[in-house]
Design a protein around this ligand. Sequence first.
Ligand SMILES: NC(=O)c1ccc[n+]([C@@H]2O[C@H](COP(=O)([O-])OP(=O)(O)OC[C@H]3O[C@@H](n4cnc5c(N)ncnc54)[C@H](O)[C@@H]3O)[C@@H](O)[C@H]2O)c1
Length: 264
Amino acid sequence: MPLPVPDISRNLFDLSGYCSIVTGAGQGIGLALAEALAYAGSDLVLTERNAEHLEVGASKIEAIGRKVTTVACDVAADDTPDRLVKAALDLSGRIDVLINNAGLMTFADMLTVEDAVWDNIYAVNVRAPMRIMRAVLPEMVKAKRGSVINIGSSWSSRASVFNQDGGGVDYCSSKAALQSLTRAAAQDVAAKGVRVNAIAPGAVDTPMHADHRAKLFEYEKYIPLGRMQLAEDLAGTVIFLASDASGYITGQTLHVNGGLIMND
Ligand SMILES: NC(=O)c1ccc[n+]([C@@H]2O[C@H](COP(=O)([O-])OP(=O)(O)OC[C@H]3O[C@@H](n4cnc5c(N)ncnc54)[C@H](O)[C@@H]3O)[C@@H](O)[C@H]2O)c1
């Protein structure tokens, strides 16, 4: 069946009746994206390793008036993908959107990076999204529709986190791998009506930067749009990519960063 043509007489951004899975949804970008999806109409499966944060997130989604279920787990654990699929099907009987957001940032140097640090960041930032996509995509293929959004980084095209200071051979390369994985996965499901894209945020003020927040704000002067990025700045793009409004976009990484890398 050919790709449906959008009906532009209705609200293409409406997510009513959708079921979305968001990983790393207990705080920061993941929580903001989950709330944005709920405001746009979607029910939610929230997953996160911190059970207390997860419950706070779930109560916010309930307050918006959507159905929600939680799965407290390590995103990299073997049984996580199957648990997420089951949770979504139990909640809504469908999976429309997957946001692979859970991620780690470390600042390793090429000369000293330890195997354990490398393996851990690749397990969370690359292997886990691949395994969750592998479990979720068959459900989307069956429905002949669905949108996966992987959260990459504008640092995927840079040599280090925080310009020229060095450090980040692990983080930068893992996000580049995730964005490449996005493109390759998109190719494999495109003919089946399913889309896979990535969002690359810039420097976002979240708990991820809690122990180097001053350094993050030193960076603000390099942001052309002139203020530090907040998690809410990603909400519109995630609704766009989740919805029929972006129905002819796949395999892309959209940079949402206040113009951070436009001079590179
Ligand atoms: N904050 C930034 O500047 C920035 C910029 C570009 C990309 N990103 C990406 O955005 C995503 C979210 O970042 P954030 O700033 O909100 O980070 P954060 O540290 O504030 O939140 C990440 C969430 O993911 C969860 N998580 C991490 N590892 C997990 C695991 N193994 N299992 C289950 N949950 C796990 C954490 O508990 C936390 O709730 C990450 O992938 C990050 O790399 C962040």
